[in-house]
Design a protein around this ligand. Structure first.
Ligand code: AMP
Length: 283
């Protein structure tokens, strides 16, 4: 497998994409913040299967981090990332150095969706995400873009943005990839100490409890949320940000479980914030 080319400017990325387009090659795009793991490579592999060429962006986007969040210490590992991308058949890595113009003052807000779940404790986060993803879409001009269901709120916000602003890219949702013990893979898992890594298993356990309750026919959301919260609260070191069952499309809390629903959890363990979710459709 040949090494992917690394493109560092908006102009060079555009030129690469235009060449691919001119050659009649379809392009699959995987936006990331780097520190790549098997969750990311599953997106790349899917993109490889469904397109002639794959572009991965690696960019730790400052505008989606709030004050006091981990922007400065977010893991950066371009050499290892490049190797993983090569193994996954990625042709081009976009690691932009000039993404924001000085004085940039245009932003994308995606209505009420950004007010729920992570939007409450991370004000401005989804405005930063939607804006950078729109910019990347405009530069890369891919046919398809691949997003993990791990970031369920991000996914629904991007899908809504694409629909509302008539963007031509097709969004492809991809399954959550987990460690063998059930913890969802995340670049932030590398912040966890050995003890914290063990504590983090309360998150997949809480989601297992949700899945088991649904399979047993329970449809009272508050009852299940209570059981999930009890699992998360077993250890004082685990601080619950939210534990909710929401409509998968509106992200509004539900009382009676019906249709497409999402159990979504965010916790803080030490300084590390982890999110995860489980989904059922057509209940
Ligand atoms: P990030 O680098 O964390 O911004 O993630 C880039 C993309 O990878 C997003 O679409 C994420 O949802 C996706 N992703 C991250 N972790 C996982 C995972 N464990 N399984 C599937 N997709 C993931």
């Amino acid at each position: 497998m040949s090494e992917p080319v690394v493109v560092e400017t908006v102009e060079a990325m555009r030129a690469w994409s235009r060449m691919a387009m001119k050659a009649g090659r379809s392009v699959g795009f995987v936006p990331t913040m780097g520190a790549l793991h098997a969750g990311h490579t599953s997106l790349m592999e899917r993109a490889r299967k469904e397109n002639d060429a794959v572009v991965v962006s690696i960019y730790v986007n400052p505008t989606q981090f709030g004050i006091g969040e981990d922007f400065a210490k977010y893991p950066r590992s371009l050499d290892a990332d490049r190797k993983l991308c090569g193994e996954a058949g990625v042709e081009c890595i976009f690691a932009p150095k000039n993404l924001y113009e000085t004085g940039a003052c245009s932003f994308i807000e995606v209505g009420g969706l950004q007010e729920h779940l992570c939007g409450i404790s991370r004000p401005g986060h989804f405005r930063g995400v939607a804006t950078v993803v729109a910019k990347l879409f405009n530069i890369v001009e891919a046919d398809r873009a691949y997003f993990g269901m791990k970031d369920a709120q991000q996914l629904v916000i991007i899908q809504t943005m694409v629909r509302d602003l008539n963007m031509s890219v097709t969004i492809v949702p991809c399954e959550i990839v987990r460690e063998p013990d059930g913890l969802a893979m995340s670049s932030r898992n590398r912040y966890l100490s050995v003890t914290e890594r063990k504590l983090a298993l309360v998150v997949p356990r809480a989601l297992d409890c949700f899945r088991a309750a649904i399979k047993n026919g329970e449809r009272d959301a508050m009852k299940i949320v209570g059981e999930m919260a009890n699992i998360l609260a077993e250890r004082d070191e685990v601080e619950i940000d939210y534990c909710a069952i929401v409509d998968a499309h509106t992200l509004e809390d539900v009382t009676k479980i019906k249709g497409d629903v999402l159990a979504a959890v965010a916790v803080k363990i030490g300084k590390t914030r982890l999110i995860d979710n489980a989904r059922f459709e057509g209940l």
